[in-house]
Design a protein around this ligand. Sequence first.
Ligand code: F6P
Length: 365
Amino acid sequence: MKTKSIKSIAVMTGGGDCPGLNAVIRAVTKTAINKYGLEVWGIEDGFLGLIEDRMHVLSYNEVSNILTAGGTILGSSNTANPSAHQIKVGKKVQTRDVSAQCIKALKGRNIDTLICIGGDGTMASAARFAKRGLTVMGVPKTIDNDLYGTDITFGFNTAVTTATEAIDKVHTTASSHHRVMIVEVMGRYAGWIALYAGVASGSDVILLPEMPYRIDKICEFVLGRSKRGKRFSIIVVAEGAREKGGKMVVAKKLAHSPDPIRLGGVANVLAEQIKEHTSLDCRAIVLGHIQRGGTPTPFDRTLATNFGYTAIELLMKGVRGHLVVMKDGKLSSIALSRVAGKIKTVPKNHHLIKAARAVGTSFGI
Ligand code: F6P
């Protein structure tokens, strides 16, 4: 294969962590060293480490034995943004574009290539660096599976597995106590985790951000189950789901984050409403960050390894400013400029929604 010259590579993990990050770091570093004899630097704590000039050469040993480990050996940050970095000047906070300073820090170490492992926020910053002439390659990460341009992100399969196992456990206690159990899963503005974990666990009701629900329809459905002798119900709700005509439930707003809204709490709201309308005993369970932790599933380990390996192969072929993607079962890439600022939500005609409906699942509409 004819290869393009690359001096040295830096790799970073940005945004919320997820299972499989270490598997990508390992695949990128080992492929670069084994196949091309390249030096790989690890940037600490995502874009924050790049801004603060914190990075070190990754040794072969440092990336060995990390395939199965959750989290990221490099650390991450979901608040740092090189194009709008917040600095305290006296008592005031000023916003500055420190992108040029970041590129200088890389070039000072003879690094000409940056691999960004992250979600939509990280890819927006990666696209800006690519526009400034830096050689950049993105790798799609997020438990939410909401990254535009790829059919799947690594971390999603592990999150669905964790959520499904948790819902399976909720099932037995729901049945014993004849309760309506409402399990809230993550996913931001997309319902991928709720849809897949909901179907995999045989949940009775699945509520997605893409399909605003009606409380009367949910109550009618769970009461109908009670009348048929099914004295319990399991409802899986995505954190971004909302009532028709209503608003998403916001847990908090982070003042200094490029993506300040943190969703959360819809399960508690639903538990109160369903109790009021049906008199059934309801409980809310918020799975939270458990979905982001733990060892990646074999699926995510292999996907992450494939993504990391492909990132290096594409760079060596001369591909620049792209995101590695999985499309129709094949690895390829898409320009970062086409990804930035977009998210991938669940289409209303998704085959799994049709299958779920066919087996009697309600979407609360
Ligand atoms: O994007 C991943 C994710 O876990 C979302 O599902 C969730 O809404 C958000 O991050 C939580 O962010 P934080 O870790 O800042 O609370």
